[in-house]
Design a binder for this molecule. Structure first.
Ligand code: AMP
Ligand code: MG
Length: 432
C-alpha cells in the first residue's frame, strides 16, 4: 500500500490528486446553465461587447442600439430621371401629334443648388439625382421630349404630379427609427447609414483574449522539436473567435509558471470581454488555471470538469463580469469545447437569434462504441450516396488534429448511448 502511494506520488498519478470537483463531472447542459445563470444581466439580454465601429466595417455585426435618423434622406427634392423639370399640369394634354411646348429657362447642374424657379409653361434641363428647382412638380424623361433650336422643348407625353421625383425625406424622415438594436447589418443598411451621415455605430463585437500555457510550447512561427511543440491553440482559438464575429486579442503564450500565467490572465481580464486560456486545466501538478481563476476575482470557478469526450478538463469561471474558460490543451478537444460551449455563449450574448446549427441527417457507415456516462462528439466525414448522406466516423486519439481536418462535422452521442451500429441514423453538425 505504502509502495503504491509512493509510486503514485512519484509519477503524479492524477487520480490521487483529483479534486472533488473532477469526480462530479457536470454535463455540458448543466455547465451551460450554471454559467448562464451567473452572467450579468446585460450579457444575458444579449448586449455583450458593444463597440463603436466605422459603418463599412460593421457589416455582419449586430447593432447594440436603435438608430434614429437625425436628418431627412434625401436632403432635398431630386429627379430620378434625365429630362426636364416641369409643372405636370402643363403636360396634361400633350401627345406626339400635339406636343406641349415649354420654354427652357436653364439647366440644373449636378452637385449645385438649383438656383432657379419655374413658372408655368417653363422647363429646366435636369439630370438623374439633380436638385429640383423652386416650382415645377414633375420631371419628363428626356426620351419623351424633343429639344428645338429656339430653346424650347416639346413634351410628347403627359406626366403626373410627383412623377420621376423623390421628395426630401421620402426615403427616411428625420426622427424616424431606421434600424433597431439586435439587427444584423447588411450592405443596404450601411448604405442607409452613410446616406444619413452616420459614420460609426455600436455593434456587438466582444473582444476575446486568447492565452496559451505550457512549458513545452513555442510560437507557431518558431522551430519545434526536442520536446517542444508549436502553439496550435492560440491561432485556432483566435480564428474560431473571429469566425463568430468576435475580435481576438492575442495574449501569446506563457510557461507553466503560475505567476506568469496570472500576469497574462490579468492583462486579458483588463482588456477583453471574455478570456480563453488553453492548457493547464487538468489535475497534473503544473495545472494551475482553476486556482488562478479563483484567485483573480469573484465568483471564480463555476464548473471544473465536464462529462464530455473529448474535453473533460474544462474550467468555466467568471471574474467580475468577464467569463473565463480554461480550455483543454489537446487541440481537438480545445476546438470541440469551443464549438459546443464557448460559441453558443458568444452567440447568445451577442443577441444572435439565428439558428446556430443546421443539422444533416445521415446514416453511420461503421459500428463504434461510446463510453456510457459521457457525452461524446465524434468527427465524421460526410458523403452523399443515392440521395442520402453517409457519415463515416473518424476514430483515433483526440491528440490528432488531422482527424478534425479530415472531418466534415461532428456527431453528438448522448451520455446514455453506448455506441452506434452501421446503418443507424444520426444528426451531423456540419462545420461551417
Ligand atoms: P494540458 O491541458 O496542459 O495538460 O495539455 C494537454 C496536451 O495538449 C499536452 O499534450 C499539451 O502539450 C498539448 N497542448 C497544450 N496546449 C497546446 C497548444 N497551445 N498547442 C498545441 N498543443 C497543446
Ligand atoms: Mg500543459
Amino acid at each position: 500500500m505504502q509502495r503504491s502511494q509512493d509510486a503514485a506520488a512519484l509519477w503524479r498519478i492524477p487520480s490521487l490528486a483529483m479534486p472533488h470537483q473532477l469526480r462530479h463531472l457536470k454535463t455540458l447542459e448543466e455547465a451551460r446553465r450554471l454559467l448562464w445563470e451567473a452572467l450579468p444581466q446585460h450579457i444575458r439580454e444579449g448586449r455583450f461587447g458593444g463597440r463603436e465601429t466605422p459603418i463599412a466595417e460593421a457589416v455582419g455585426f449586430v447593432l447594440d442600439t436603435d438608430i434614429l435618423a437625425s436628418e431627412d434622406l434625401p436632403p432635398f427634392d431630386r429627379s430620378t430621371m434625365d429630362g426636364y423639370a416641369v409643372w405636370a399640369e402643363d403636360t396634361f394634354r400633350a401627345s406626339e401629334r400635339l406636343p406641349a411646348q415649354l420654354e427652357v429657362v436653364g439647366e440644373i447642374r449636378m452637385g449645385e443648388d438649383a438656383a432657379l424657379s419655374l413658372s408655368h409653361r417653363q422647363a429646366a434641363a435636369i439630370s438623374t439625382g439633380g436638385m429640383l428647382p423652386d416650382g415645377g412638380d414633375a420631371v419628363v424623361m428626356v426620351e419623351h421630349t424633343h429639344l428645338r433650336e429656339d430653346h424650347s422643348v416639346e413634351v410628347l407625353r403627359p406626366v403626373a404630379p410627383g412623377e420621376n421625383i423623390v421628395r426630401r425625406g421620402d426615403d427616411v424622415r428625420e426622427g424616424e427609427a431606421v434600424l433597431a438594436a439586435g439587427h444584423r447589418l447588411r450592405p443596404q443598411d450601411v448604405s442607409a447609414l452613410a446616406g444619413l451621415g452616420i459614420a460609426a455605430v455600436t455593434v456587438r463585437r466582444p473582444r476575446v483574449a486568447v492565452l496559451s500555457t505550457g512549458s513545452e510550447l513555442v510560437p507557431h512561427t518558431e522551430e519545434a522539436g526536442s520536446g517542444r511543440i508549436r502553439d496550435m491553440n492560440g491561432p485556432a482559438l483566435q480564428a474560431a473567435a473571429r469566425a463568430l464575429g468576435a475580435e481576438p486579442a492575442d495574449l501569446g503564450l506563457v510557461t507553466d509558471d503560475p505567476e506568469a500565467i496570472r500576469q497574462a490572465m490579468r492583462q486579458g481580464l483588463a482588456e477583453a470581454d471574455l478570456l480563453l486560456v488553453s492548457g493547464g486545466t487538468s489535475v497534473g501538478v503544473e495545472d494551475v488555471v482553476p486556482d488562478l481563476i479563483d484567485s483573480l476575482g469573484k465568483p471564480g470557478v463555476l464548473v471544473h470538469g465536464l462529462a464530455v469526450k473529448p474535453g473533460r478538463p474544462v474550467v468555466i469561471g467568471l471574474v467580475g463580469e468577464v467569463p473565463v474558460f480554461g480550455m483543454p490543451g489537446h487541440p481537438t478537444s480545445c476546438l470541440t469545447i469551443f464549438r459546443e460551449l464557448v460559441a453558443p455563449l458568444l452567440r447568445l450574448a451577442c443577441g444572435d437569434r439565428r439558428n446556430p446549427l443546421t443539422r444533416v441527417r445521415a446514416r453511420i457507415t461503421g459500428n463504434f462504441t461510446s463510453q456510457a456516462g459521457r457525452e461524446e462528439f465524434v468527427p465524421v466525414r460526410l458523403r452523399q450516396r443515392d440521395g442520402f448522406w453517409e457519415a463515416t466516423p473518424l476514430l483515433g486519439p483526440s491528440a490528432l488534429i488531422s482527424t478534425l481536418v479530415r472531418a466534415d462535422g461532428l456527431v453528438r452521442i448522448p451520455a446514455a448511448c453506448q455506441g452506434l451500429c452501421a446503418g443507424d441514423e444520426v444528426e451531423v453538425e456540419p462545420f461551417e
